[in-house]
Write a protein that binds this ligand. Structure first.
Ligand code: ASP
Length: 590
């Protein structure tokens, strides 16, 4: 850190004092981390943002000073000054950055006292998450949270530097706006001045960044807050932060290149090691086949094969009925594994979550298969599958039969489960791009089609056959986590209308919702494309946290609540009246 601005509170940082400062008069300020009384002396670990230094109160320096020291408790705030001394050799603490020195207090002032904190600030032991969030300002004081938040700030700063150095302009877009579809529900904000009308909070700055390209800004970025009202999971929050990027006159390669440069710089800054970019690009179909996921974790093998052809025509009714119904049999070779019957049975639960019925496990032995399923297959079928899976005696083979999509995703989940169960995931990290996504997927609610990425993504292929269309979208995946995604966009009004049409937005509705975009597309819209990265996910990944809540200063719980402020809270009647709102149901919160 830079030296602090010297004032009456401090002229040095606690954590930066060292042997070079010995003999200097220094003044530091901060929080009492710990107090120890030893042989008539009082030792205090004093903490500021930079770290910790030991300060010592001697009784012979005066009763008043010593009485002050006796009053100090954890989290009291003080400023002290005195001479910095070298510790005697036996007292050097090599675990502590400032462990070779200590400050002998000549003058001290208590600046604030503190209640006893509900959990220890000087330890990173487990604390119930509700308590952490309720007392977030104390939780944020803890060492691990300080490190995380500092790393997060470094990530943001690195991304900014990378993009600014490449001529990107940072431009803000509105928070009170119209719906920007990204597949979630909107958060709505009632307008007081236009009673009965509502703003939507942006699910992303998607349409504005496209308009900025049409406006000639060429290269845009924003550290943007996005709002999506969806059911929360560990990696979701109702509001989250994206690094949002858009570029004009580009194809996929340029967006990917800029992304790789920015993300590589973040990884280098935070010591997160991957193979150097360019990272491999994997087609969606291949990812779904080999890894059973469009977010493939490439850190380990256990690759999936389609063995439908090898097994067609067997006596095993379960496989036969799936295959004759147009489904698929997918398999993986788990290697030589000893699994008990109940362990094997528990694998069924892994695939059932994804809609498959069961896992058929088969062990290879004596050149054939052992167990009671073996009898249903011919020697030829067994040999063909063994060859496809590279199976040798003792290997455990796992099969899942279902419609192609269900089989793919279910065995993909099984692959991850076995990878973790057998500790197959090595140290190190693996990045890849997934490309050539389908343009549309079936929309369960409407029975029609919906855009897999979003409906502003440029399609590739024959628009008359929407189901076979691919999109010009790309996702960056690291260790099975989607860090970001984007696409080349549609830049013609006709094509945009046809895509709206394909997802069942008729002309009138498209005009009502996105008329401004369709109109802008009429006025010289350049080819353009972009991407957005989940900043919270990047921070969680490089800091080694499972939940993005651990990398957000003030996150919400799984039910979207903030135990610190009590949000969301009931609005008072007067506010509702001003907004012209009559609640249908009484508020669920107090
Ligand atoms: N707006 C997209 C999203 O939030 C990203 C993009 O297409 O640039 O996922």
């Amino acid at each position: 850190m830079q030296p602090p601005q010297a004032n009456r509170y401090r002229d040095s940082w606690c954590g930066e004092l060292g042997s070079d400062d010995v003999g200097r008069q220094v003044r530091v300020a901060g929080w009492v981390r710990r107090r120890r009384d030893h042989g008539g002396l009082i030792f205090i670990d004093l903490r500021d943002r930079s770290g910790i230094v030991q300060i010592v109160f001697h009784p012979e320096r005066g009763d008043e000073l010593f009485a002050l020291a006796e009053q100090l408790r954890p989290e009291h705030v003080i400023t002290v000054s005195g001479e910095l001394l070298a510790r005697s050799a036996e007292n050097v603490n090599s675990e502590m950055a400032t462990g070779a020195v200590e400050l002998t207090v000549a003058d001290a002032e208590a600046l604030a006292s503190s209640q006893t904190p509900p959990f220890a600030i000087d330890e990173d032991g487990p604390v119930d998450e509700m308590t952490r969030l309720r007392y977030r300002w104390l939780d944020l004081r803890r060492d691990s949270m300080q490190k995380t938040m500092i790393t997060r700030a470094l990530i943001t700063q690195t991304l900014r530097e990378q993009l600014v150095a490449r001529d990107f302009l940072e431009i803000e877009t509105p928070i009170l706006t119209r719906s920007t579809p990204e597949g979630a529900r909107d958060f709505l904000v009632p307008s007081r001045i236009n009673t009965g009308a509502w703003y939507a909070l942006p699910q992303s700055p998607q349409l504005f960044k496209q308009l900025l390209m049409m406006a000639g800004y060429e290269r845009y970025f924003q550290i943007a807050r996005c709002f999506r009202d969806e059911d929360l999971r560990a990696d979701r929050q109702p509001e989250f932060t994206q690094l949002d990027i858009e570029m004009a006159f580009v194809d996929e390669d340029q967006v990917i290149e800029v992304s790789e440069a920015a993300i590589t710089a973040v990884f280098a800054q935070t010591g997160f090691e991957t193979a150097p970019a360019p990272w491999p690009r994997i087609g969606y179909d291949e990812a779904m086949l080999r890894y059973g996921s469009d977010r493939p974790d490439l850190r380990f093998g256990l690759e999936i094969k389609d063995v439908s052809e090898q097994l067609r025509g067997s006596e095993f009714k379960v496989f036969e009925s799936v295959l004759s119904g147009g489904g698929a049999v997918r398999a993986l070779n788990a290697g030589r594994r000893e699994m008990s019957r109940s362990e094997l049975d528990s694998l069924n639960e892994v695939v059932q979550v994804h809609g498959a019925k069961a896992v058929a496990p088969i062990t290879v032995g004596d050149g054939g298969w052992t167990g009671n399923l073996a009898k249903f297959f011919s020697a030829q079928q067994i040999a063909a599958v063994n060859e496809e899976l590279g199976a040798t005696d003792g290997d455990l083979l796992c099969f899942v039969a279902d419609s192609e999509n269900v089989a793919a995703v279910a065995i993909g989940a099984l692959r991850l489960n076995l990878g973790a169960r057998f500790d197959l995931i090595p140290e190190g990290h693996c990045a890849c791009w997934v490309v050539d996504f389908p343009m549309f997927e079936a929309d369960e609610e409407s029975g029609g089609l919906t855009a897999l990425h979003h409906p502003f993504t440029a399609p590739q292929g024959d628009l008359d056959d929407p189901e076979s269309l691919r999109s010009r979208a790309y996702d960056l995946v690291v260790d099975g986590i989607e860090l970001g995604g984007g696409s080349i966009r549609i830049n013609s009004p006709d094509l945009q209308s046809r895509v709206f049409d394909a997802i069942g937005l008729d002309g009138e509705e498209a005009q009502a919702r996105f008329g401004f975009l369709l109109e802008a597309l009429e006025y010289g819209a350049p080819p353009h494309g972009g991407i957005a990265f989940g900043l919270d996910r990047i921070a969680a990944l490089v800091c080694g946290h499972d939940s993005i809540r651990d990398v957000i200063a003030f996150p919400k719980t799984a039910t979207g609540a903030d135990p610190l402020t009590g949000a969301p809270a009931a609005a008072d009647e007067r506010q509702l009246r001003d907004l012209g709102i009559k609640p249908h149901v009484p508020p669920a919160v107090g």
